[in-house]
Design a protein around this ligand. Structure first.
Ligand code: SF4
Ligand code: SF4
Ligand code: SF4
Length: 282
């Protein structure tokens, strides 16, 4: 079990605990999190040292550099806690939360200036009643406002939307603030800010690996390379000696994108906790 499970999970994975979606958790998050209003849609009040300043110390003072990164990691964790989930669990999340919605992605807007032309292109997901807050503060959801607003969906529509973004190659991540689960992001490197922090600077505060790792059944792999472009984490490697795909379990984040692309069923997801060398590798 990951550190979120230890705090919020009860006897299950934390995001499968229905309490994580309750209004009560929303109020606790407001009360206990001094940074609760610091979110990606409201970044204006962030006053901690930006990463662009911190990286100046990488060569001149490595010790201070690491210390500053750790401090940054703590702040980013207070702003947004996310965990990678495969589509099977993302669909369960849709069923438990009961009120999925989609909206345009803030990271892609900030990083690339991408604004979707239609709601079919929305890639960020909101969950539960708290998403109605966008109507109270449209100025904080500027990109959604510019695209005609948040799109509220039925559970079945939400699951079908997830399959669509999965096919496009986005990594599903659930997000919470002090245990209140309110978003299902669909991310990619390098546009996603949280993925960049994790992959470029090893800042773990914002993004944990999934509860799973992917394994290739060598006898089933026909070396077709259909999965090769799907991994955002550099964990997949084609071995020309055997004409098979291989997965580095330490790099694997357990997103399952390779699994959904494999036509031979050669890739399976296994619980991370099953492997002693990986169970603490979040
Ligand atoms: S975390 Fe992912 S989906 Fe959410 S805003 Fe960033 S890239 Fe977009
Ligand atoms: S190897 Fe597969 S499951 Fe692991 S991170 Fe890459 S795409 Fe995701
Ligand atoms: S998609 Fe499946 S069969 Fe094709 S290379 Fe990848 S693991 Fe092997």
């Amino acid at each position: 079990m990951c550190l979120y499970c230890d705090t919020f999970g009860g006897d299950t994975i934390w995001y499968l605990n229905p309490k994580a979606y309750g209004w009560r958790m929303y109020k606790i998050r407001e009360r206990e999190n001094p940074d609760a209003e610091v979110t990606m849609v409201n970044p204006g009040i962030v006053d901690w040292e930006p990463i662009s300043e911190i990286i100046r110390f990488e060569e001149t003072d490595p010790e201070l550099y690491r210390k500053k990164l750790d401090n940054f990691s703590e702040h980013i964790g207070a702003m947004s806690k996310m965990q990678v989930v495969p589509i099977q669990d993302a669909e369960k999340i849709m069923e438990i939360s009961r009120l999925p919605s989609s909206l345009p992605c803030m990271c892609r807007w900030i990083y690339r200036g991408i604004l979707p032309q239609s709601k079919e292109e929305f890639s960020c997901g909101g969950l539960g009643t708290s998403m109605f807050r966008w109507e109270r503060w449209p100025e904080r959801y500027k990109n959604a406002h510019a695209c005609g607003g948040v799109d509220f969906m039925s559970v079945e529509e939400g699951k079908s939307w997830l399959r669509h973004v999965n096919e496009r190659g986005f990594v599903h991540c659930v997000g919470h603030e002090i245990g209140y689960l309110n978003m299902i992001c669909n991310c990619n490197y390098p546009e996603c800010m949280i993925m960049r922090f994790r992959l470029d600077y090893d800042i773990k505060g914002g993004l944990l690996k999934a509860h799973y790792i992917a394994l290739v059944e060598k006898d089933e792999c026909v070396g077709c390379l259909s999965c090769a472009h799907r991994c955002q984490f550099g964990a997949l490697r084609y071995n020309p000696n055997f004409e098979k795909m291989e997965i580095d379990p330490y790099k694997c984040f357990g997103c399952g994108l390779c699994e959904t692309a494999c036509p031979s069923g050669a890739i399976t997801l296994e619980r991370r906790e099953r492997f002693p060398g990986l169970r603490d590798n979040w």
